[in-house]
Design a protein. Structure first.
Length: 527
């Protein structure tokens, strides 16, 4: 997950007394008492990595959302999803934009406080009215106090999984799930002198400091790139000024050359006149004229030499300035590349294996960085849809703890449970536990995948919390594009909330919106 400086981010932390009002709408998880007491103050290393939401699971049948962090479920709340014809589409998303006060440009009454957009077609989590049943135009409505509190906790990039029926994430380990390479931490950041006393807290603090170091390195490289960009621009301005100064000297040389040519013509004419003179007086007069013409020729030649020397000096100065500008621009490009690489290294990695396309896709910081064919054994048989999330980094970032959410309890063909009846206004029901994630199915899916070694090299040398691997029978949705993580929509589920949205095509260059390998055109939308 990421939090970009130019994206709006509001941290709204409610006091314990205020959060008590959530009792009727939000179930508080076992780790909540500490988190709600401390809020987002105090130690921003170990506590920050612990209380950052990593995953949100929206259950359509149960009409509730569960928020999970490194220590398990943090929060839970009822929701209201899309009504019939405007169904909220089951699938895999992430938060791509946050706005504290947003108004829909499609629906006149569409006030959407604490909006967290998950598609550019207009599906979002936001505060709204909860009548006890699906009632929105495709968004996920949250109780106002819950939406405000959640808005203050989340970052851009939070994974949001919308499932037909509630699924509880389960821990999982598998050789295919990314782990930091040996020695990668030392190569990626300064050593962290954090003592390990056999508990997770020092390791978690070290992992948090590792992330901070990576981000600090990215910020430093960014500052260097900014300075290099300013220097390159200044050097290019100097080169332009020197080139402008050299232009008149070229014209001065041309003028001096013309003066010499005229003086030479005058000397030649004087010589001819002297040769044609027939009287002593005429000869004397011609010789005098010839001497004056020769004198003017000498002056013209001297002026030409001076003009040529000045022109050469200014030409050389312009050439040096151009070379320095070119060197500054080359240094700028290197600095920009280094800043980009440092930024990518500080961002979680997101990978997607699609059985439909038989390809592996990798994104970092919402940018496509790699794509290649992937081997899936028994590729003609369904593999399921699973989201694996790196929940925590341990041992100074050398190891990663993963969990998995399956899109279905035990396969897509399993009969769907009956929908819960609508709630009466003010009714608070005892929350039922969701089904555990299909760990056996997820393990079997990973067993069928072979990722090429060169692809593994593209994975971050340090796998940061929030990194993810998605495995699915589906291909990437058209929603996957600029400023998004992977968006996977379940093709066999209602998608009214997507199909009814208006498309707003981009004004940018097509190259910014094309995925590589035939992913297609990814337009922007509005709502």
């Amino acid at each position: 997950m990421r939090s970009k400086p130019l994206r709006h981010r509001c941290v709204a932390v409610l006091a314990v007394a205020g959060l008590a009002a959530l009792a009727g709408t939000a179930a508080i998880g076992p780790a909540d008492s500490r988190q709600l007491r401390d809020g987002r103050r105090g130690d921003q290393s170990a506590s920050r990595i612990a209380d950052t939401p990593r995953l949100a699971v929206v259950a359509l049948r149960e009409q509730r959302v569960s928020i999970y962090g490194a220590d398990g479920r943090m929060l839970q709340s009822p929701v209201s999803t899309g009504a019939t014809g405007y169904e909220t589409p089951a699938g895999i998303y992430s938060v791509v934009q946050k706005k504290e006060d947003h108004h829909s440009n499609v629906y006149l009454d569409g006030h959407m406080p604490f909006m967290q957009r998950i598609t550019w077609t207009g599906i979002a989590l936001h505060a709204g009215v909860l009548p006890g049943q699906p009632a929105s135009h495709g968004c996920v409505r949250l109780p106002h106090a819950f939406a405000q509190h959640l808005f203050g906790l989340t970052d851009i990039g939070l994974r949001v999984v919308i499932v037909p029926s509630d699924i509880v994430p389960a821990p999982i380990s598998h050789p295919l799930l990314f782990q930091s390479r040996p020695g990668a931490r030392e190569a990626s950041a300064a050593r962290l002198d954090v003592a390990s006393a056999g508990s997770e807290l020092p390791a978690r603090a070290a992992a948090a400091r590792l992330i901070e170091n990576l981000k600090a390195q990215a910020a430093a490289k960014s500052a260097e790139a900014d300075a290099a960009t300013r220097r390159a621009a200044e050097m290019r301005r100097v080169a332009a000024r020197k080139a402008a100064e050299a232009a008149p000297s070229v014209r001065a040389v041309q003028g001096a050359e013309a003066g010499v040519a005229r003086a030479e013509a005058a000397v030649k004419a004087a010589e001819q006149a002297a040769g044609a003179a027939s009287t002593p007086e005429a000869v004397e007069k011609a010789q005098t004229a010839k001497a004056k013409a020769a004198e003017k020729l000498a002056e013209a030649q001297a002026q030409l030499e001076t003009a040529r020397a000045q022109a050469q000096a200014r030409k050389e100065a312009a050439e040096r300035a151009a070379e320095e500008a070119n060197a500054a621009e080359a240094a700028r490009d290197l600095a920009l590349d280094a800043a980009s690489a440092a930024t990518l290294r500080s961002a979680p990695v997101s990978a997607f294996v699609s059985r439909k396309t038989q390809r592996l896709y990798i994104r970092k910081d919402y940018l496509p960085v790699y794509e290649a064919p992937v081997t899936i054994r028994d590729a003609d048989k369904p593999i399921g849809t699973y989201v694996f999330t790196a929940m925590d980094a341990l041992e100074d970032g050398a190891k990663v703890r993963w969990n998995v959410v399956s899109m279905y309890k035990g396969g897509k063909d399993e009969p769907a449970p009956a929908a819960e009846p609508p709630r009466r206004k003010g009714e608070v029901r005892q929350s039922t536990a969701g089904a555990p994630a299909d760990v056996a199915g997820a393990t079997a899916a990973l067993d069928r995948i072979v990722i090429p070694p060169d692809a593994l090299e593209r994975i971050n040398d340090v796998v940061l919390p929030g990194s993810s691997l998605i495995v699915s029978d589906e291909g990437a949705s058209i929603e996957t594009g600029k400023d998004t993580d992977f968006v996977i929509v379940m093709s066999g589920e209602p998608q009214g909330g997507l199909k009814k949205r208006q498309r707003e095509f981009p004004a940018y260059g097509d190259d910014e919106y094309y995925g590589r390998g035939g992913s297609g055109f990814f337009p922007f939308f509005k709502f």
